[in-house]
Write a protein that binds this ligand. Structure first.
Ligand code: B4P
Length: 194
């Protein structure tokens, strides 16, 4: 099993690149953003609670997100591996993920961090907001999300760096060029599936 974290600030292209990586390597995709938005759409109790945080650009509480991840891993016992997109976003989430994987006799093998300048992030997210209908893709909430990222999420990269699992990848090229840089790192661990 090969387990990858795709990391980076809001709008860095985690969701975009995950789609390409899943196609190439046949990993199971776990996006906490997508899972939470599904819960919101279905108006489940978890979704109603999560929406309060998401609409303000704040992180959803750790225990909510960790519970969701745990059941997704359990649903796919024969996966070739997982790509975690937008998770972990706090040190507590990272430690919980490590414990969950250890329990299954596996681990995180690699964290790829997409590096994109702040002005490009804002431009992309405002662009997406025009068509996505996402209530968090507006100027005020984008600023809040980037601030949350710097306060709570950026330290997670240092956590994995301390285990020599972090690789930083330039994320402000075209989607195709960024994908090539990512595959160069993944290919060191896993062959693409034809
Ligand atoms: P997410 O759904 O994870 O979304 P994101 O960080 O905003 O975007 P991403 O980096 O995936 O960017 P994308 O590829 O779409 O989080 C949303 C919210 O959910 C959070 O704010 C939080 O409230 C909550 N949440 C999620 N996970 C959580 C967790 N673990 N703990 C607590 N709360 C959690 O790209 C953005 C745009 O850029 C797109 O329009 C795309 O087309 C464009 N783009 C991408 N790459 C490009 C490139 N190379 N060039 C030009 N444009 C590009």
């Amino acid at each position: 099993m090969f387990n990858l974290i795709l990391f980076g600030p809001p709008g860095s292209g985690k969701g975009t690149q995950s789609t390409n990586i899943v196609r190439n390597y046949k990993l199971n995709h776990i996006s906490t953003g997508d899972l939470l938005r599904d819960e919101v759409t279905q108006q489940t109790p978890l979704g109603v609670e999560a929406k309060k945080y998401m609409d303000q650009g704040l992180l959803v509480p750790d225990e909510v997100v960790i519970g969701m991840i745990s059941s997704k891993i359990d649903e796919n016992p024969h996966a070739r591996g997982f790509i975690f997109d937008g998770f972990p976003r706090t040190r507590a989430q990272a430690e919980a993920l490590d414990k969950l994987l250890e329990f299954k006799n596996t681990q995180i093998h690699l964290m790829l961090s997409l590096e994109v300048p702040p002005e490009e992030l804002v431009k992309r997210l405002l662009g997406r907001g025009i068509t996505s209908g996402r209530s968090d893709d507006n100027e005020e909430i984008i600023a809040k999300r980037i601030q949350e990222y710097h306060n709570k999420t950026a330290p997670v990269a240092e956590y994995y760096n301390s285990f020599s699992k972090l690789e930083r990848v330039k994320g402000d090229n075209t989607i195709e060029d960024t994908f090539r840089l990512l595959t160069r790192e993944i290919d060191k661990y896993l062959l693409p599936v034809e």
